[in-house]
Design a protein around this ligand. Structure first.
Ligand code: HDL
Ligand code: ZN
Length: 422
């Protein structure tokens, strides 16, 4: 581990370290098995991933309603026929399905969907979660947990809060607050129904009670962070319920509990409603809102990922200015090899080790396998280039130092960020 790295063993060493590093996947839509069938897995869920729905609807002439009236198996058969048989599956989401099948040991060249389905049907979920985490090299997956989702809420309140079921330690919670922050017209009444003394008017009592709601769910979930996905036109400061809820409720509780606030900004909601969960688009956001938060709240911790490619450079520059800003991942429409390469190179050049390079955003358990396989290969290539540049100056590097760097970049920086005293 301490022998110096040479030009001859550099690439192999970096590849081995990146491939074997157990990662903290800071953002996923996965759930621990205790949450039941909202944890998606298996062949038909893989193939009906909303990315693939969108790509399929570019080819077929059926209406959206006709698609949505199909069964999951019929939808998967249509997607497979359209994207995998009538076209070569080299889009990132298509290739991902094949990488997953390949890594699971299935015969990709057979294109035998029935065999694939039988393989997954033979799996017991508990064993399969272990198998996928091993193949993907995951230490921990951070979920997306919405207290306003009735099915999920029941599990937290009935099963977990009464300690009837521990949340699997491989899955950590993230308290997701889109409904609270972006649908206050509805969410205030739900809070009222749940016993919080709030009104639509964000008066002092309501602010106090929303803070109590946040503390209550932080106690129940023990979240790694509080998160919200925000539209591209998100602005702060702003005269709005959303702005007031963020500044008067989220940020004080975030600082008090040391639970960072994660902002995921840049969505154009439901550009095409017919596509449902595949209907969102992307827009460039005004990064001065992130600048405002980091500068006005220096003792708060912000995790930020932005959806527009055009925002990536300014996010990295902003992170150079504010140590309370930790950028993470190549989110959603950025999670493609060409953009991961561009963004990762830029981040290493501007931020060195002080960034979280990637998250999977996996919605289907099996996707962890391909999302991390694809990203690790790109990250290893870029890191090799960066280490080679450093070694060209005469700098002597050890494998232990490479391992130290990669651990930070692949999620370790999240845990040290939580420990920071800002
Ligand atoms: O808001 C989010 O967390 C996004 O990741 C959306 O869930 C999006 O639909 C998605 O799955 N992106 O990968
Ligand atoms: Zn997501």
């Amino acid at each position: 581990m301490t022998q110096p790295i040479t030009e001859e063993n550099l690439q192999k060493t970096v590849e081995q370290v990146v491939q074997s590093m157990k990662v903290t996947d800071i953002h996923t839509h996965l759930y621990a098995p205790v949450f039941g069938d909202i944890l998606l897995w298996g062949f038909d869920e893989l193939v009906t991933y909303h990315y693939l729905k969108a790509e399929t609807m570019r080819w077929v002439d059926i209406s959206y309603d006709q698609y949505w009236q199909m069964s999951k198996v019929e939808q998967a058969d249509l997607i497979w026929q359209t994207l995998f048989v009538e076209n070569t599956p080299y889009s990132e989401a298509c290739r991902g399905v094949l990488t997953t099948l390949q890594r699971l040991g299935l015969d990709v060249k057979s294109r035998d969907v029935q065999t694939y389905r039988e393989y997954f049907e033979s799996k017991k979920l508990e064993d399969y979660v272990r198998q996928v985490f091993d193949l993907a090299g995951l230490k921990c997956a951070v979920m997306t947990n919405d207290p306003f989702n009735p099915q999920e809420r029941t599990v937290w309140l009935d099963k977990i809060k009464q300690a009837k079921a521990e949340v699997d330690p491989r899955f950590r919670a993230a308290l997701r607050l889109d409904v609270l922050l972006c649908s206050w017209e509805q969410s205030w009444d739900l809070l009222r129904q749940w016993g919080f003394d709030v009104t639509h008017d964000l008066n002092e009592r309501t602010i106090e009670e929303v803070q109590r709601f946040l503390r209550e769910w932080i106690r129940i979930m023990d979240p790694v962070y509080m998160a919200v996905s925000l539209p591209f036109d998100f602005q702060l400061p702003e005269e709005s319920a959303r702005a007031q809820l963020i500044e008067s409720c989220i940020l004080p509780v975030s600082r008090e509990t040391n639970v960072p606030f994660a902002l995921m900004v840049g969505v154009k909601r439901q550009l095409n409603p017919g596509l449902k969960d595949a209907g969102d688009g992307v827009g460039k956001m005004d990064i001065s809102s992130i600048d405002y938060l980091c500068s006005q709240y220096p003792h708060n911790k912000f995790l930020v990922t932005l959806l527009a490619r055009e925002n990536q450079h300014e996010l990295a520059v902003l992170a150079r200015k504010f140590r309370n800003l930790l950028p993470f991942g190549c989110w959603w429409f950025l999670n493609n090899p060409s953009l991961i390469e561009e963004i990762t190179s830029m981040r290493l050049e501007l931020l060195g080790n002080s960034v979280i390079l990637q998250h999977s955003d996996a919605r289907v358990l099996d996707q962890l396998i391909y999302k991390w396989d694809h990203s690790r290969k790109i990250i290893a290539q870029i890191l090799t280039r960066k280490y080679r540049d450093v070694m060209a100056t005469g700098w002597v590097l050890t494998e232990a130092e490479i391992r130290r760097d990669v651990e930070k970049l692949m999620g370790g920086n999240l845990w040290s960020f939580l420990e920071r005293k800002l």
